[in-house]
Design a protein around this ligand. Structure first.
Ligand code: C2E
Ligand code: CA
Ligand code: CA
Length: 658
């Protein structure tokens, strides 16, 4: 009810002031259109009534009453009739309609009063019949005028008060025999008509409110639909299409056989993680936004989107030759290399791109091939672009077969271990063996871990693999019985998985191996995903007596802060650094610093990948006592490793005197 009152008030305001307030224009227009249905009819009827009266009284009443006054009144009526024709109302502006509505609200009553006054003036000149006609015309005319304005109760009421009431009083006091009855009937009819008009008006207002509500709801629903569409299609961070949307676009573009098959480019950022870790997530977000903007500016771009993380996809015009597509992506690579400035920090990174023409392939097949090309680009180096070629198809099929066979194989039967000795220069003997796994897809070819570890990760069998390696290693190489230890490489996931400690300890116990004879080697790269969790997990390993070595230290990922935070027993200097020891003073300085750091932390330091006597001597000169590498011994089958253990110190010696 409150709403009805509020809207009525606002309508009234709209009618009585020339100002159009925002939001009521639609109501005023609807109101005026409603009026335009009846107003011309009312005026038409009143015109007829006036003409009838004027004609009936012509010759009886003075000319100014039968000719001049009706002419003026009829002219006014005709003007209003034409003004309110529906077609004219529809064509007028909101502002004009407000003026018209205001005018009718004020002029209606005045025009009614003047017309009735004219009719009552005629009344004095007529005989009984003419007077009865006046009574009839006045009564019917007034009621028609009021009834014809069902949506303007205020106007109707005003008209009633200034027209019908005086007319009724006039008739009742005229002294005519039947006139008082006519006056009373007029009053009763007036009350009834006003009642009906207000009822109509209330319905109109209610209808208008529900129309507005509906319009608001529709607008809200349209807004929601818009938002949903945005969420469903766009990546909120970069504004690029999201994974689903860009892949759908790719599907649609490659389904259009009237144009050449488009190129799919997969774009992956190099060094994004480093920026995220070093400068924080806000900087990472700024980088993603900037790169997305740079992709958007590429030439020959049909669509682009973010696949997730730091990976984007671009669809390039199929009319491009291969060399042109590569040139376009080379240009993108150059553009991505331009520094990105974020809140004072200058961020630098590059992007690798893998390209493949869709060539009637499904979306999944195209992505798989572009991804393989991206892998090739990554291998070429940061900022490279590579195309998926015919040879790659053969390699891809091969990889598929190998992955399937890794997934399905009995690891126990298909795994073999080699053991590489680690030499202690002070003691002059082998003190540890590192177990290095080989896997065979068919029992004939044996692949090194670099080749099958990605398969283990892709098939989710890394923990299976580690368990098998540890079980086999402890069974074959009981190093502790020769006063040696055994090193086992862990996958990053092994370190982070909650149950890993218990699982590996159970294997050690089952083999009867003392925990402190086992060294787990972990790479720093594997720990970076969650350094805090990794530190906690490593501590749990150490609490149970296992020892932890940080593998491949100094291989580009190393950061001294990690070494201090992680619970470690050993640093293994990466073999790339060891290889440069004899020739590169910089490498010597870094290796020397690592050795000094290990000494200060009270932990072991191993130089791995020692291939020459020169490297061994340099390492020794830097204070490194533990060494591993072809110079001291290749990874050996278990029989040879056992021989080496039995022979102990006679096996190897610094300076190649083995
Ligand atoms: P890594 O742990 O750094 O192992 C040393 C790698 O360097 C071995 O390669 C070894 O054969 C090679 N190597 C040893 N001395 C020399 C040398 O003097 N010169 C040169 N050029 N290379 C030398 P491999 O066996 O192919 O293993 C490669 C990597 O695969 C390993 O690097 C390790 O990260 C991983 N891996 C090996 N076995 C396992 C395993 O059982 N589990 C896990 N998670 N990873 C393993
Ligand atoms: Ca290792
Ligand atoms: Ca290593």
């Amino acid at each position: 009810m409150d709403r009805v009152r509020r809207l009525r008030r606002s309508l009234r305001r709209a009618l009585t002031t020339p100002r159009i307030s925002t939001g009521n224009e639609a109501s005023v227009r609807r109101y005026a259109e409603n009026l335009s249905v009846n107003v011309p009819v009312i005026y038409g009827m009143l015109l007829l009534c006036m003409i009838m009266l004027a004609t009936r009284f012509y010759g009886t009443a003075p000319t100014w009453l039968t000719v001049v006054a009706p002419t003026l009144l009829c002219s006014f009526g005709a003007w209003r009739l034409l003004r309110w024709l529906p077609s004219g109302v529809r064509a007028r502006s909101d502002a004009e309609l407000v003026r018209d509505v205001r005018f009718i609200a004020r002029s209606g009553a005045v025009a009614g009063a003047v017309s009735v006054s004219w009719a009552l003036l005629l009344y004095g000149y007529g005989d009984d019949h003419q007077r009865a006609l006046v009574q009839l015309v006045v009564t019917i005319g007034c009621l028609t005028a009021i009834l014809g304005m069902p949506h303007a109760p205020q106007t109707a009421l005003r008209m009633g008060l200034v027209v019908i009431l005086p007319a009724a009083v006039f008739f009742m006091t005229s002294g005519q025999t039947d006139a008082p009855y006519v006056g009373m009937i007029e009053l009763m009819m007036f009350a009834l008509v006003i009642h009906v008009t207000f009822g109509h008006h209330r319905d109109f207002v209610k209808l208008d409110i529900s129309r507005r509500k509906l319009a608001r709801r529709e607008a809200h629903a349209a807004r929601l639909a818009d938002e949903n569409l945005t969420h469903a299609m766009y990546d909120p961070l970069t504004g690029a299409l999201n994974r689903r949307a860009i892949l759908r676009q790719l599907d649609q573009l490659s389904a259009d056989l009237s144009t050449p098959q488009p190129w799919l480019a997969l774009i992956d950022l190099d060094g994004f993680k480093l920026i995220n870790d070093t400068y924080g997530h806000a900087a990472g977000d700024a980088v993603l936004r900037a790169v997305s903007g740079r992709i958007a500016e590429c030439d020959h771009l049909l669509a682009y989107g973010r696949l997730g993380g730091d990976e984007f996809a671009a669809v390039l015009d199929g009319a491009l030759e291969c060399s042109a597509a590569v040139a376009s992506m080379d240009a993108l690579s150059v553009s991505v290399r331009q520094p990105i400035v974020d809140r004072g920090a200058v961020l630098r990174l590059s992007a690798c791109v893998g390209l493949r023409r869709t060539d009637g392939l499904s979306v999944g097949e195209s992505v798989e091939r572009a991804d393989a090309a991206l892998y090739k680009a990554k291998a070429k180096g940061d900022g490279s672009v590579a195309v998926f070629e015919a040879d790659d198809e053969i390699a891809l099929q091969q990889k598929r077969r190998t992955t399937r066979s890794f997934n399905e194989c009995d690891l126990d039967a298909r795994l073999r271990l080699l053991f590489q000795p680690m030499f202690d220069a002070d003691q002059g003997r082998v003190v540890r063996f590192e177990a290095l796994a080989r896997w065979s897809p068919d029992g004939k070819i044996w692949l090194s871990a670099d080749h099958f570890m990605p398969l283990a990760e892709a098939t989710g069998r890394t923990d299976d693999l580690t368990s098998q390696v540890l079980t086999k290693a402890l069974r074959e190489c009981r190093a502790w019985e020769f006063d040696c230890s055994l090193a086992i490489n862990l996958c990053p996931r092994d370190v982070l998985r909650d149950s890993a400690v218990e699982r590996l300890e159970a294997i050690a116990q089952a083999a009867g191996a003392p925990n402190d004879a086992i060294v787990f080697e972990v790479t720093e790269r594997g720990l970076l995903t969650d350094p805090a969790l990794a530190a906690r997990q490593l501590e749990r390993f150490r609490n149970r007596g296992f020892r932890i070595a940080l593998d491949d230290f100094g291989a580009g990922w190393s950061s001294l802060s990690h070494v201090q935070k992680l619970p470690l027993d050993c640093l293994k200097i990466d073999r790339a650094l060891t290889g440069a020891l004899a020739s590169d003073p910089g490498a010597r300085a870094i290796a020397g610093t690592i050795a000094a750091l290990a000494w200060q932390l009270g932990i072991e330091c191993v130089a791995e990948g020692v291939e020459t006597a020169g490297q061994a001597e340099t390492a020794r000169a830097l204070g490194i006592r533990l060494m591993q590498g072809y110079h001291f011994g290749h990874p050996l089958p278990i029989g040879d490793a056992l021989d080496a253990m039995r022979r102990g110190s006679q096996t190897v010696a610094i300076g190649g005197s083995a």
